[in-house]
Design a protein around this ligand. Structure first.
Ligand code: FES
Length: 117
């Protein structure tokens, strides 16, 4: 196991559809959190124009959709710093269908367990 902390590249689409939906503000919000373990960059269209602003996190290849500046602190704190856990509610369901489906099943299972109590 590496002694080095995980380093992330966060790309924020700055193409037409995403810009119309506020991606410049999302990019600015991420840039405020840039650190030794997180590089932030603008990107060209990432092919998810209908669900922008699009944010992609590498090397784990996590895609977020419809990201708002107010979502950025949650992504940074939950995913890009201590825990390394993607923010399920913001995952792009076209790309992370398995995770989204699993999250839905997990929620249904929790409700099922509570019915027993
Ligand atoms: S315009 Fe942002 S993904 Fe295409």
């Amino acid at each position: 196991m590496s002694d080095h902390p995980q380093r992330y590249l966060v790309t924020v689409c700055q193409h037409r559809s995403c810009v119309r939906n506020g991606s410049a503000e999302v990019l600015a919000a991420f840039q405020q959190h840039q650190s030794a373990t997180m590089m932030v960059s603008a990107s060209e269209c990432q092919g998810q124009c209908g669900s922008g602003p699009t944010v992609r996190v590498m090397p784990t290849n996590v895609w977020y959709c419809q990201v708002k500046p107010t979502d950025v602190p949650t992504i940074v704190e939950q995913h890009l710093t201590a825990e390394g856990e993607p923010v399920t509610a913001l995952l792009n369901p076209r790309i992370h269908q398995t995770q989204a489906t699993y999250a839905n099943l997990a929620a249904q299972y929790q409700a099922f367990l509570q019915e027993e109590e």
